[in-house]
Ligand binder design. Structure first.
Ligand SMILES: [Zn+2]
Ligand SMILES: [Zn+2]
Length: 300
């Protein structure tokens, strides 16, 4: 009887050791799985593979233990060590990729945005240099189901050191006509939310989903960091300068937009245009100063 219990206990230990050995032998697997998880946007592959190799290892226990040589002890210690490394990599990946272990920020953020009745993607950044009330909106969501699925995209894996820029675009949550959360996306992978200390680091999967969403719905690409209305101002300045220089070149007639377009073409330069698709018109003030206006909302 005592013999059976001892055998059972040894069998149990052997199974655990088998699982550890399985994990140790496949300690390289997370790297391969992380690469494919990134490619397919499915973050749980490393976890699934770890569970499978551990199960297979447990079901196929090694040879019965005969004596304890030094070599065997070293081998066993190495197996436990590499198994621990394997599990640590999987846990770290899940933390950074899914936010699965973020029990602090996510609930606070969820509580702040859950009753929003309107979300505005704003052509601006954080409050440091932006005036949210004066900035054009790039996209608005008011449908409850769409708000919920938009909010669902935001998963965090802790905080990150804030960078120096204002971020772009601005993302604001509104309730009953009041802006309840003001935020700005930073470089596609962090969200600076007014009221939170530090930048909230988006998980790998979340960051990709949000960037894809912004590209599909607002036509924003990752390298876009300047608000469109500001860029438009810059483009109109170029046209106004060209008109001014033309006017001072001793030609009697003031140039029209078509004249300037022709001139740019002759010089092999692209004619400036509004990044938000607004139309330009050129007028001259009483003092003869050229002024280019844009039809896009709030591009003045
Ligand atoms: Zn930044
Ligand atoms: Zn414009």
């Amino acid at each position: 009887m005592a013999e059976t219990t001892k055998n059972d206990a040894q069998g149990g230990v052997r199974r655990w050791y088998g699982a550890a050995r399985g994990l140790a032998l496949s300690f390289w697997a997370p790297f391969v799985c992380i690469a494919s998880s990134l490619a397919f946007g499915f973050p749980y592959l490393p976890l699934i593979v770890a569970i499978i190799v551990a199960l297979v290892g447990a079901l196929v226990p090694g040879r019965p233990q005969v004596g304890r040589s030094a070599w065997r002890i070293v081998r066993e210690v190495m197996a436990w060590l590499f198994a621990a490394v394997h599990l640590a990599i999987v846990a770290l990946w899940l933390y950074f990729a899914t936010g699965a272990f973020d029990f602090v920020i996510i609930p606070v953020f969820r509580a702040a945005v859950c009753d929003a009745d309107r979300i505005v993607i704003r052509d601006g950044g954080g409050l440091c240099h932006s005036k949210p009330d004066e900035e054009p909106s790039l996209f608005e969501i008011t449908n409850k189901a769409e708000i919920a699925s938009f909010n669902e995209m935001f998963k965090f894996s802790g905080r990150t050191m804030p960078c120096c820029c204002c971020g772009y675009p601005g993302i604001d949550w509104w309730r009953d006509g009041r802006r309840v959360v003001v935020s700005a996306l930073h470089h596609g992978h962090a969200l600076r939310v007014e009221g939170f200390v530090g930048d909230l680091r988006l998980t790998v999967v979340s960051s990709r989903r949000i960037q894809k969403w912004l590209e599909d719905n607002c036509g924003l690409t990752e390298d876009e960091g300047i608000p469109k209305y500001q860029y438009c101002r810059h483009e109109r300045d170029i046209i106004e300068d060209a008109a001014q220089n033309w006017a001072t070149a001793g030609v009697e007639r003031k140039p029209t937009l078509d004249d300037l377009r022709e001139e740019f073409k002759k010089n092999g330069k692209a004619f400036p245009s509004c990044p938000a698709g607004g139309e330009y018109s050129l007028t001259y003030g009483e003092d003869g100063k050229p002024e280019v206006k844009c039809t896009a909302p709030r591009h003045d």
